[in-house]
Design a protein around this ligand. Structure first.
Ligand SMILES: C[S@@+](CC[C@H](N)C(=O)[O-])C[C@H]1O[C@@H](n2cnc3c(N)ncnc32)[C@H](O)[C@@H]1O
Ligand SMILES: [Zn+2]
Length: 267
């Protein structure tokens, strides 16, 4: 099954309003024009479209196709993207290793690496040219998370570590009491707030709460580093003031289309 069908099955693509990319023949691309948002010169590979409101050219990166309006519009861009993907796991570790535990599935659907990469790739297009991504991962998926980030063009600034104080014992050996929040950036690391320079530690501690719930301190850190800018939380379970959020358990602030052209899809 292709990524697209799988996502439809999981209910990700339940709203088909906005499409990233373009539909052939709807709006004629303009070549050699300058994007009115980012200033890039449009080549045949990076075409411009006229924004339906302003009639000014927008490059492929700065525009979204709005099917309801049948036109291109300026896409909201984010300086900060925070993602906490549903890495594939079962609650309580491997059943084989611990036969007396239930090995229950998680309370939410999980995704394989291709699906996670494909979604992050779509959302990374909503980042400003220089943006940061904070990507949560766990010990098991650290190498894969870093590989995905690299393939999507992110550079690693630092691995931040959440000390969860307590943790689930894994196969009678080490009690995993940490998770990673990878601090990544595209092209050039955006400047942090002047007043926070050198003040934030790469390891932060907060007692674990509900399964998978990320600590309040991690949001505080991001808000201190980047106070006045657009922020987007992916795979969110709660809405946070001054953030846009997307996930399957909340009312979304933005939608990704079901007809996204996806290289990884078989369809
Ligand atoms: C690791 S949890 C996020 C936890 C959250 N950061 C918190 O602190 O509570 C992953 C989330 O991704 C959601 N999810 C799983 N499959 C999804 C999909 N196909 N589309 C959107 N969200 C999905 C899950 O339902 C879950 O809410
Ligand atoms: Zn542009």
């Amino acid at each position: 099954m292709g990524v697209k069908q799988e996502l439809v099955k999981q209910g990700v693509i339940y709203k088909m309003k906005i499409k990233i990319g373009y539909a052939e023949g709807r709006n004629k691309p303009i070549i050699n024009d300058i994007c009115s948002n980012c200033g890039v010169v449009c080549t045949p590979d990076d075409e411009c479209y006229n924004d339906y409101k302003t009639n000014k050219p927008l490059c492929d990166n700065c525009s979204v196709f709005d099917e309801e309006k049948d036109a291109y519009t300026l896409m909201k861009k984010y300086k900060v993207i925070l993602a906490d993907p549903p890495w594939r796991l079962v609650k309580g570790g491997k059943k084989k290793a611990r036969p007396n535990t239930s090995g229950k599935p998680l309370d939410y659907p999980t995704m394989d690496l291709q699906e996670i990469k494909s979604l992050l790739s779509k959302f990374s297009k909503m980042g400003e040219e220089n943006h940061v991504m904070f990507l949560w991962t766990i010990e098991k998926y650290l190498p894969q998370a870093e590989a995905i980030a690299k393939e999507l063009g992110y550079k690693l600034h630092v691995r931040m570590v959440w000390n969860k104080v307590t943790g689930i014992p894994s196969a009678f050996t080490i009690r995993y009491g940490h998770e990673y929040m990878l601090y990544l950036y595209k092209i050039k690391l955006p400047k942090i707030a002047l007043s926070e320079r050198g003040k934030i530690h790469s390891v932060f501690t907060e007692q674990v709460k509900k399964h998978s719930q990320k600590p309040e301190i991690s949001f505080n850190i991001i808000e201190r580093l980047y106070p006045d800018c657009n922020k987007l939380e992916l795979f969110a379970r709660r809405k946070r003031v001054n953030w846009d959020a997307w996930g399957n358990e909340i009312d979304n602030d933005l939608e990704i289309g079901g007809v996204v052209q996806d290289e990884t899809s078989n369809s």
